[in-house]
Structures are given as structure tokens and as C-alpha cells.
Ligand binder design. Sequence first.
Ligand SMILES: Nc1nc2c(ncn2[C@@H]2O[C@H](COP(=O)(O)OP(=O)(O)O)[C@@H](O)[C@H]2O)c(=O)[nH]1
Ligand SMILES: Nc1ncnc2c1ncn2[C@@H]1O[C@H](COP(=O)(O)OP(=O)(O)O)[C@@H](O)[C@H]1O
Length: 227
Amino acid sequence: MVSRVVLFRAVIMGPPGSGKGTVSDRIRKSFELKHLSSGDTLRANIIAKTDIGLLLKSSIDQGQLIPDDIMTRLILLELRNLEQNSWLLDGYPRTVRQAEALDGTYNIDTVINLNVPFQTIKDRLTSRWLHLPSGRVYNTDFNPPKIPGLDDVTGEPLIQRNDDTPETVTRRLHAYKTQTEPVLEYYRSKGVLETFSGTETNKMWPHVHTFLSGKLGSGDHKAAGKV
Ligand SMILES: Nc1nc2c(ncn2[C@@H]2O[C@H](COP(=O)(O)OP(=O)(O)O)[C@@H](O)[C@H]2O)c(=O)[nH]1
Ligand SMILES: Nc1ncnc2c1ncn2[C@@H]1O[C@H](COP(=O)(O)OP(=O)(O)O)[C@@H](O)[C@H]1O
């Protein structure tokens, strides 16, 4: 029998600080798929001082969304490097126009929505620490680094994001409500939205895991299933 590899295309959504990066990392480790984070991609451009990074830094620091056309070009370019892989997209799309642009090129199988109350999020983000080169994320309460201020893997310094101040978080949550929540409705109407509600990642994660195991098969999970 001839078998054909089916690539799995998933999106993870949720307000800033809902645990998208944390859950994505667990998904990446449990299932065979690539993780692409729009925020990590933008921050890599800022560190590398690319034209786009220099242009966008102040908008990001102020908690404003990047214009759709710039963001779409950037992400579709990154996704071209992942054509042969199953992937999980984190942080994109954030507007209905972005979702439509993504649909123009890829068929999205599943959208995982982390539904976490805004008050829970605000407390988390002020204690978020980041290893900028890898995107590894820590929290002084939830998952502190082994040595305070240093990345567990490389020993390099951790930073706090300029946009994780209480004032900017409020602006980002407002942008989420007005511009990103309509994307949930967009995917709900397509029948691909799966919502997980809670205030603790460790309690939400088993449900996400079970759901994805059902989609991708259990055992040593392979995102690229065979039909
Ligand atoms: N207190 C607490 N912090 C969490 C939990 N889950 C994730 N975090 C932390 O909350 C912050 C935001 O999580 P992150 O995955 O970066 O969210 P994202 O902005 O949606 O990608 C990080 O500092 C995480 O370590 C949780 O269940 N409880
Ligand atoms: N799809 C996108 N469209 C517009 N702006 C984006 C997008 N993804 C990221 N950004 C910009 O990068 C910032 C940080 O994004 P991200 O790291 O995904 O934040 P968080 O993980 O806290 O939700 C956003 O506040 C926004 O300025």
C-alpha cells in the first residue's frame, strides 16, 4: 500500500501571557512539529538590527500591532522554510486580515485557543524573564531559572521585555480584545477552533495533550501522520 505523509498545520492563540510560548514548547517536545513564534521572529530581527527590526522596534515596545502586510510577508517567508514540516504557528494571525492571508496559502487544521483571564495574565507578565536568543521563557514564580537571571541551557543572561511593563501590557490586552478576538470567531465559524480555559498551564496542558494525541495519534507522537 502506498502511504503519503500528511503535514499538520496548527495555530496557537490566546492573549499575551496566556502561555502560548510555554505550551508551544511542550507541544514541540511531545509531537514532531516545528514551532514558529511571530514575537521571537520580530525580536530576532531587532537583535540582528535588520531594516525591519529597526523599523518595528518602537511599535513593539509600545505594545502596538505591526501592520498586517509587513507581518504577513515576514511570516509567509519564514513558513516557506518549513514547507516539508508540520508546524505550530504562535502569535500569527492576530487580525482577521492576517488569518485570511494565511488561508490563502495554507489549510489550517486546528487552532488551539488558550482562554486565560486578563487579571491572571497581568500578574504573570511582570515576572516573565526571557532568554532572547532562544526564546526560552521563565517566570520568577512559575518556572524560575536554576540560577536567578541566567538561562538554564547556556548560562547567558535573561532579560525582561520592554513591553512587559504594566502600562504596555494594558495596551497589548486592548489590542488583543479589539483586533485579535475577532480571529477566534473567524476560526470558530470554520470549525477548527478548540478552546482550553483555565488559570494554570499545568492544569490546561493535559487537555491540550489529549486533544492533540487524538488528532495526531498516540504513542511516540508523529505530527506527520500517514494515510
Ligand atoms: N504563575 C504562572 N505563570 C505561568 C503559567 N504558565 C506560564 N507562566 C508564565 O507566564 C509568562 C507568560 O507565558 P508565555 O508562555 O510567555 O505566554 P505567551 O505570551 O502567551 O507566549 C511566562 O513568564 C511563563 O513562564 C502558570 O500556569 N502560572
Ligand atoms: N501577528 C502579529 N501582528 C502584529 N504584530 C505582531 C504580531 N506578532 C507579534 N507582533 C508584535 O510583537 C509583539 C510581541 O508579540 P509576542 O511575543 O507574540 O507577544 P506575547 O507572546 O506576549 O503575546 C506584539 O505586541 C506586537 O507588537
